[in-house]
Design a binder for this molecule. Structure first.
Ligand code: PGA
Length: 247
């Protein structure tokens, strides 16, 4: 059984006040206990978010971490520091990091290993661009990213997020068939560990499309950007997750 996981990625959004307000508002929403919830605010707000969750069962994570524990890396933060601040997971290899910060799958794997060494769950993101999809390269690209980004990574502490780049922040969502096809291919590739590893879908997930996506056999949750900024829509997405994803 794979417990559904609905995780918000706030990117560079939400002030300190809005961060606190979000958790107050989420406390008024009904959220199902069978779903694991996570929010990755900006790293500066992690401690505030951890305090604001009170006893709500929402895990707080970071959107990135460095592969080293400490050192001369201006502007970066380490997984150990994230853990000390109360984070329990780290998103690594988001396409915005791969594109804007030229992160290769090799770098992403090093970050995932560092996250795990610090006691964090690593959420490893993969996904093809529009040009790659149009050139029929989706499965090859994603397969290469999964392969490279999981190098040396402990598969018992990893979550994979399939996020087609063309669906992120565009309002254009993959159809359940398109998403399921890639999720199934990723699962196939995971070999002996395939039954237990959760694979999340990300890219313009919102309350209106969450149910059909989350009902797909190999979709075990969602990584949500824009729609996670509002507690009501985030909770609605969580409620759309079916009671259990069978292994
Ligand atoms: P979106 O972002 O839901 O705003 O498309 C998803 C993501 O980038 O994780």
């Amino acid at each position: 059984m794979r417990r559904p996981f609905v995780c918000g990625n706030w990117k560079m959004n939400q002030s300190l006040t809005l961060t606190r307000d979000f958790f107050t508002a989420l406390g008024r929403e009904s959220v199902p206990s069978h779903v694991q919830l996570g929010i990755a605010p900006v790293a500066l707000h992690v401690t505030t978010a951890v305090a604001a969750t009170n006893d709500q069962t929402v895990e707080i994570g970071v959107q990135d971490c460095h592969a080293s524990e400490s050192g001369a890396h201006t502007g970066d933060l380490s997984a150990v520091m994230a853990r000390e601040s109360g984070a329990t997971f780290a998103i690594v290899g988001h396409s915005e990091r791969r594109q804007n910060h030229k992160e290769t799958s090799e770098v992403v794997a090093a970050k995932a290993r560092a996250a795990q060494a610090a006691g964090l769950t690593a959420i490893v993101c993969v996904g093809e661009t529009l040009a790659e999809r149009q050139a029929n390269q989706t499965l090859d690209i994603v397969s290469a990213q999964v392969n490279g980004s999981l190098d040396g990574v402990d598969r018992s502490q990893v979550v994979i997020a399939y996020e087609p780049v063309w669906a992120i922040g565009t309002g254009e969502v993959a159809t359940p068939e398109q998403a399921q096809e890639v999720h199934a291919a990723i699962r196939q590739q995971l070999g002996a560990d395939r039954a237990n590893i959760r694979i999340l879908y990300g890219g313009s997930v919102k309350p209106a499309n969450a149910s059909e996506l989350l009902s797909c056999e190999d979709i075990d949750g969602a990584l949500v950007g824009g729609a996670s900024l509002d507690a009501t829509s985030f909770a609605a997405i969580a409620r759309a997750a079916p009671a259990s994803a069978e292994a």
